[in-house]
Design a binder for this molecule. Structure first.
Ligand SMILES: [Zn+2]
Ligand SMILES: [Zn+2]
Length: 123
């Protein structure tokens, strides 16, 4: 049994944990969370990240991806914005990193906001 509850379904689980580190940088604040997920929710999370975020190359000489729409409202985004970076260690897979940008007044999508919130408390 895992020591910590899954940040998505909220209770302890059997099998290995996968770890995601969420970094949200805004004009006035930076928050970081450590999200622990069961295998099933980790797969779901990686799928949502693949869909809605841009993947950051593991090759450090490759610049960050150019992103021109907001993760929160999907509208075009101008120069000044917040950044969300998620680093994922899914059990059995290579480390992967994703990035998105946000207007300063836009919130995280609900699927990410709830786990980020839980991860803050457990960080
Ligand atoms: Zn779970
Ligand atoms: Zn927005």
């Amino acid at each position: 049994m895992a020591l910590f509850p899954c940040s998505v379904h909220g209770s302890r689980f059997r099998g290995p944990a996968s770890h995601f580190y969420v970094f949200v940088s805004r004009d006035d604040s930076t928050t970081r969370s450590h999200v622990r997920l069961c295998m099933q929710d980790a797969a779901g999370m990686a799928e949502l990240l693949d869909e809605q975020f841009a993947e950051v190359s593991s090759d450090e000489t490759v610049p960050y991806p150019e992103i021109d729409s907001c993760l929160g409202c999907h509208m075009p985004i101008e120069d000044r914005h917040g950044v969300v970076i998620v680093t994922g260690y899914v059990k059995g897979a290579d480390k992967k990193q994703w990035m998105a940008v946000l207007h300063s007044h836009c919130g995280l999508p609900s699927w990410l906001a709830s786990v980020h919130e839980r991860g803050l408390q457990a960080a």
